[in-house]
Ligand binder design. Structure first.
Ligand code: SF4
Length: 383
């Protein structure tokens, strides 16, 4: 059977964080219930096209899935299970904001079949959290983490963010040490990107200064060093896991382009899907999304055919973010053409610069390459 990953977008948050450019907004319970009814209709409509697929991962993201009434998430997961062929050992993840979960809720989610939590902590420093507009404190997070363990979750990711306004190497180290004491199975550590159109971007001068580029790199290297010392393997530029706890959801997404595990569908407002040579995107308009219930096409505002060249670019860009890198054999199998015949010049150029290396048929970014990864990866889009 072909394999499939499912992403389910829950676009509701209690309050918008100042740096957030995700499709998310506050809503009352009535609006949330209406949305979930539409989402279930979409699940039923879309599932008809995927009877030949086995679902390897389901990911409730947002927004804040944990701000929903718990039964709405439980019912949605039940519908997914009824409509799709979900593998018995599928990874079923949910994002949690520490201010929106209780022991009772987490116990319910665990019983409903969610087996992995991704808790958005971002920082263990309350001042930094406040500046970001997060609604929780570090103490709130500690409660939720303890409840999650008590509820039986044995696979927990903690999301962290560096390069925050006013942050320095010392406060970042404190955050890392605090989190490491808890021994989560997985840690994601991204640098803040100040996106245009966010309140942080518009009022950046009113915030404490962002760390400079050098401090940002120091934070990155410190993350890698400390996490490695505590038994975490970095398997993607920003993701670290204890052995056997690499996220299936992430892997499906990053292995896009490889023919053995390459398809994921996004359900819900604004969600994107990539299946075979096609990319679909659902409407971003809530009123539009709530209007259509009949066919999958009705939800889609964009349908894009991906050419072989675009698929190759995606293969390279997503593949090189993984520490393992990309396999020449896999490239050949997927595209029926050798990697070097397409990318010889670019590979040689970055290999000579010390940013790419090759071992056992795999090309990967070196430490030096990771430091300038955006520039290196962008080069694979110019062929
Ligand atoms: S909790 Fe996440 S999705 Fe919601 S506003 Fe904050 S950053 Fe955005």
């Amino acid at each position: 059977m072909k394999q499939l990953g499912i992403y389910i977008h829950i676009p509701f948050c209690v309050k918008k964080c100042v740096y957030c450019d995700f499709l998310s907004f506050p809503a009352d319970n009535a609006a949330k219930r209406t949305y979930m009814a539409a989402l279930q209709e979409e699940i039923r409509a879309v599932a008809r096209d995927y009877s030949a697929y086995e679902v390897r991962s389901v990911f409730f993201g947002g927004g804040t899935p944990s701000c929903m009434e718990k039964e709405l998430i439980g019912d949605c997961l039940l519908t997914v299970r009824e409509q799709f062929c979900v593998a018995d050992d599928a990874e079923i993840s949910m994002e949690v904001n520490p201010k929106t979960a209780s022991l009772e809720k987490l116990e319910y989610f665990r019983k409903a079949g969610i087996n992995r939590l991704s808790i958005g902590l971002q920082s263990a420093d309350d001042r930094e959290l406040k500046l970001l507009g997060r609604i929780h404190t570090y103490a709130d997070f500690l409660d939720v983490y303890a409840w999650a363990r008590q509820a039986g979750f044995q696979n927990i990711n903690i999301d962290l963010m560096s390069a925050l306004p006013g942050q320095n190497l010392e406060t970042w180290q404190k955050t890392l040490h605090s989190v490491l004491e808890l021994e989560p199975e997985h840690i994601s550590a991204y640098s803040l990107i100040v996106e245009e159109g966010t309140p942080l971007f518009d009022r950046i001068s009113q915030y404490p200064p962002l760390p400079d580029e050098e401090t940002d790199r120091l934070m990155y290297h410190e993350t890698k060093r400390l996490l490695a010392a505590h038994g975490y393997t970095r398997y993607e530029i920003s993701n670290y896991a204890k052995k056997g706890f690499e996220s299936h959801h992430n892997q499906i997404y990053w292995q896009r382009g490889c023919d053995h595990i390459s398809n994921y569908i996004g359900l819900g407002l604004g969600a994107s899907s990539t299946v075979g040579n096609y990319r679909y995107k659902n409407t971003d308009s809530l009123s539009e999304y709530l209007t259509f219930f009949s066919t999958p096409e009705a939800f889609r505002c964009e349908v894009q055919y991906l050419s072989k060249q675009e698929l190759m670019e995606e293969f390279m860009i997503l593949g090189l973010r993984r520490m393992e890198g990309i396999s020449e054999a896999e490239f050949q199998r997927t595209f029926q053409v050798s990697l070097c015949s397409i990318y010889k010049e670019t590979l040689s150029k970055w290999q000579a610069a010390g940013c790419l290396a090759k071992r056992d048929g795999f090309w990967f970014l070196t430490e030096q390459g990771i430091d300038v990864s955006n520039t290196v990866l962008a080069d694979f889009m110019k062929i």
